[in-house]
Design a protein around this ligand. Sequence first.
Ligand SMILES: [Zn+2]
Length: 117
Amino acid sequence: MDKKRLEVYKKKLLTRREELLKTIARTAEEGRAADEDPTVDLADKAANSYTKEFLFGMTNTDRTLLGMIEEALRRINKNEYGACANCQDEMLPKRLDAVPWAKHCISCQEKKEQGLF
Ligand SMILES: [Zn+2]
């Protein structure tokens, strides 16, 4: 992959990473604030813990994504970026434009989702 395209993906990944880190920090802060609020009554607390579970669920998704982004950045540093981790084929620009942190090409991703590897 040429350097110019690689830089574009790298920039995309770094921007997304920055956003995610902010979201994760904010979610953690909101969870803590809801816990420490002494004016909240029991019914509200129950609603709060529901909200919190939801927020934590989101945080988990964010963390998974963050891990994938960091892996993609490592692949850029190792000059492995853009190749499918399974079949080593170069991934289509279309695929990387949609999912810059993709580790597998579309056909391998489908196999993976079907549990074939
Ligand atoms: Zn593949």
